[in-house]
Design a protein around this ligand. Structure first.
Ligand code: AHR
Length: 497
């Protein structure tokens, strides 16, 4: 039987803004994310601008992606940016040792990435090499991208390579997964190394406005966050990262599109751990930084399964189903509800890798269910959070329970209220009764993402199998919104004054 969940919208005067950067993306030199995904080269028959696929650009512009993190991931701590500038025929090739040991010809480098960000109208977030790089290499990269030509050798080199004006990159990650592929460091050692690298990122007054991000913990490694917060002076750090992937079992991740309810339940249990991880890392940050000067960036998240049969193990290419839509909807609600400290998040990864929003095959491209979730939720970008008070009914499977309903709400600058609701229950509908009396609302419209089976996904033959539709099943009467949420369904409501 459907249970009824009663919710109350409790607007607060000091409610935080939901940073649009929570809806950020990630593009690593991994498999077909960059090569074949974003970049096909300017001699390709696929329509492109300076080698960047125009279909992908258009789809990501529609999504209003606020930022793009690059070049990794694990790849970042093996990447020497000077390999990727200048005439392409002079750029050295290297082996991509983390991802399939394939040849990386460096044809897509700093200029290509930053010009692509301009085309996408998105903010670049560069991840600097700490694991195998030097503070000088890092400082040179900042000078190359941000300083006016003629002020030192790096900006002059940029001008020589065809770009007079600096790009002015704000976001800089100082290392990635320093506890693992980024150098296998202890937090104490990384904290010291971070201090050293961060010192050379900016001048005394940080006139460049460089925003420095420390490589963060994996999941529930709270000691990592504690040691960093304790040991890095606040003037050297703007954000600390956190990574969490929804993986059932690293040794047996299971198929992305053929899965049982057991596996679905286990994936959702992993995805929902994000709430606890964020809350506990934030509690540690609150202890050392009650003024909330340091932000939390969840700069890698998403579902991770076995690669599609017949594809390269190192390329992490996986399909994307309604299960992924459930991960995205619930995770983004968690980030929205923690908007006072979570200021950026990056879904891994944008194209052809892990929980991608876009898949490509030759000249073909499709939008995944996760793309649709991101698009539906774009209404929350830079809107003011409206806290929702409720207790979720449970989704019970095999004697274990998870909260079935996830929700978040915000008011945008035009006064419209948006409420995003997800029911992850695999078989039960739930009725939602939301008290919005405090919000003074009139009209109500909505959009829904649902499908016949959890395993449903889009293919190159059937790219619109899973898509959004208008939702007319909600009513607004006497200050109360009522609707029924079908199993594994996501609805975003829009209510005007
Ligand atoms: O996103 C794939 C990989 O996952 C990244 O390179 C790394 O940071 C993480 O372990």
């Amino acid at each position: 039987f459907a249970q009824t969940v009663t919710m109350r919208a409790a607007p607060q005067d000091d409610a935080p803004t939901i940073s649009r950067h929570i809806y950020g993306h990630f593009a690593e030199h991994l498999g077909r994310c960059i090569y074949g995904g974003f970049y096909v080269g300017d001699t390709s028959n696929i329509p492109n601008r300076e080698g960047v696929r125009l279909d992908v650009v258009e789809a990501l512009r529609d999504l209003k992606i606020p930022n793009l993190r690059w070049p990794g991931g694990c790849f970042a701590d093996t990447y020497h940016w000077k390999d990727g500038i200048g005439p392409k025929e002079d750029r050295p090739s290297i082996l991509n040792v983390w991802w399939g040991n394939v040849k990386e010809d460096n044809s897509f480098g700093t200029n290509e990435f930053l010009n692509m960000c301009e085309l996408l109208d998105t903010e670049p977030y560069l991840s600097a090499n700490v694991g195998s790089g030097t503070p000088q290499e890092f400082a040179d990269w900042i000078k190359y991208t941000n300083h006016p030509a003629g002020t030192s050798p790096m900006p002059s080199l940029r001008a020589e390579y065809g770009r007079e004006e600096p790009w002015k990159v704000k976001y800089w990650g100082i290392g990635n997964e320093a506890w693992g592929c980024g150098g296998n460091m202890r937090p104490e050692y990384y904290a010291d190394l971070y201090r050293r690298f961060a010192t050379y990122a900016s001048d005394w007054n940080n006139t460049d406005g460089i925003y420095k991000i420390a490589s963060g913990a994996s999941g529930g490694d709270y000691n990592w966050t504690k040691v960093l917060m304790e040991n890095i002076p606040k003037n050297l750090i703007d954000a600390i990262a956190l990574h969490h992937y929804s993986v059932i079992d690293w040794g047996n991740k299971g198929s992305a599109k053929e899965f049982t309810e057991d596996q679905y339940f286990a994936t959702m249990a992993e995805a929902l751990k994000m709430e606890e991880f964020v809350a506990k890392h934030v509690a540690i940050m609150d202890e050392f930084d009650p003024e909330k000067k340091v932000d939390l960036f969840v700069d890698e998240w998403g579902g991770w399964y076995d690669v599609e049969p017949g594809t390269n193990e190192g390329f992490l290419y996986q399909q994307n189903t309604m299960r992924d839509a459930m991960i995205a909807g619930t995770t983004l609600n968690i980030f929205n509800n923690h908007a006072d400290r979570v200021k950026m998040a990056n879904l891994a990864q944008a194209v052809n890798v892990l929980q991608a929003v876009i898949l490509t095959e030759g000249e073909k491209m499709l939008l995944t269910p996760t793309y649709h979730v991101m698009k539906m939720y774009a209404v929350h970008h830079d809107a003011t959070l409206i806290p929702l008070e409720f207790e979720s009914p449970t989704y019970t499977h095999d004697g274990e329970s998870l909260p079935a309903i996830s929700a978040s709400a915000s008011r945008d600058s035009s006064g419209n209220v948006h409420i995003s609701l997800v029911n992850i229950d695999a078989s039960k509908a739930h009725t939602v009764e939301l008290d919005v009396a405090a919000l003074n609302l009139g009209s109500l419209t909505g959009e829904i993402l649902t499908s016949a089976a959890l395993q449903d996904h889009n293919t190159f033959e059937r790219p619109d199998h899973v898509k959004t539709a208008p939702f007319t099943g909600a009513t607004l009467q006497n200050g109360k919104i009522s609707l029924e949420l079908a199993p594994f369904t996501l609805v975003v409501l829009k209510a005007g004054e």
